[in-house]
Design a protein around this ligand. Structure first.
Ligand code: 1GP
Length: 229
């Protein structure tokens, strides 16, 4: 069993707090992680679309691990963002990218580092959903087979692809600071189609919205912007 499966045996639903190393100094990241831990988050995720500095990732992970006793999971944008001191990694394929770099290129480079450093991978089918009028950072950075907020069938097809390929979970992300989160209807349709854990993030800024997503079938809610503010 991987970390996500183990945590889901202990808790019905999970909350992960995402800290972007590019948004604050490592010391501050440690303080944010401590606050999240005090609020009862189940794990700290470290990552962001813009970070390409392994040393900064290392220092951020180090500061967070010194402050909290929770699992710390890397959420990498490329092999460059993988640091030696992380215990877990969302080993992701960006399923609706149209750039081979995110469909195997970075993963092959990263796999060598994950092996060398003994990092525990959590294989993840990562899907970006476009819900905002203004493109989010990830939408600007990566060419995508666009999935709109109402493209439920397309979202379900990617979820099925992930499950049939043996990935251990899916992560549907509206992007950091998204104007709207992935819809409840989309989450429910994905839940109906697959049985592996569903992570939902992007634009979830209050408890009511988070609850709607878990009621619709999400297993894990990710908050980034909210925990940084
Ligand atoms: C982005 O899902 C995460 O990858 C978190 O999004 O910053 O909008 O919470 P927010």
């Amino acid at each position: 069993m991987n970390l996500l499966q183990t945590l889901l045996q202990e808790h019905e639903k999970l909350h992960f707090s995402l800290i972007d190393p590019d948004k604050q100094a490592p010391k501050k990241a440690g303080e944010i992680a401590k606050t999240c831990a005090d609020y009862g988050t189940h794990a700290i995720m470290i990552g962001g679309t813009t970070v390409h500095n392994r040393t900064l990732v290392y220092d951020t992970v180090d500061a967070v691990r010194k402050k909290v006793d929770l699992p710390v999971i890397l959420f990498p944008n490329s092999a460059e963002a993988i640091s030696e001191n992380i215990e877990y990694i969302l080993f992701m394929m960006l399923l609706n990218s149209t750039d081979n770099r995110y469909l195997g290129g970075e993963q092959a480079k990263g796999a060598l580092l994950v092996k060398k450093w003994g990092i525990k991978p959590i294989s993840t089918g990562y899907v970006v959903v476009s819900t905002s009028r203004r493109p989010t950072t990830i939408e600007q950075a990566v060419p995508l087979d666009r999935i709109g907020r109402d493209d439920i069938e397309k979202a379900v097809s990617y979820a099925l692809y992930a499950e049939m390929s043996g990935m251990s979970c899916v992560y549907f992300d509206a992007g950091s600071g998204a104007e709207q989160p992935v819809s409840n209807e989309m989450v429910a349709a994905i839940r109906d189609a697959i049985s592996i854990p569903i992570i939902i993030g992007g634009g979830i800024n209050d408890g009511k919205t988070a609850r709607e997503k878990t009621d619709a079938g999400a297993d894990v809610i990710v908050n980034g912007t909210l925990v940084e503010d």
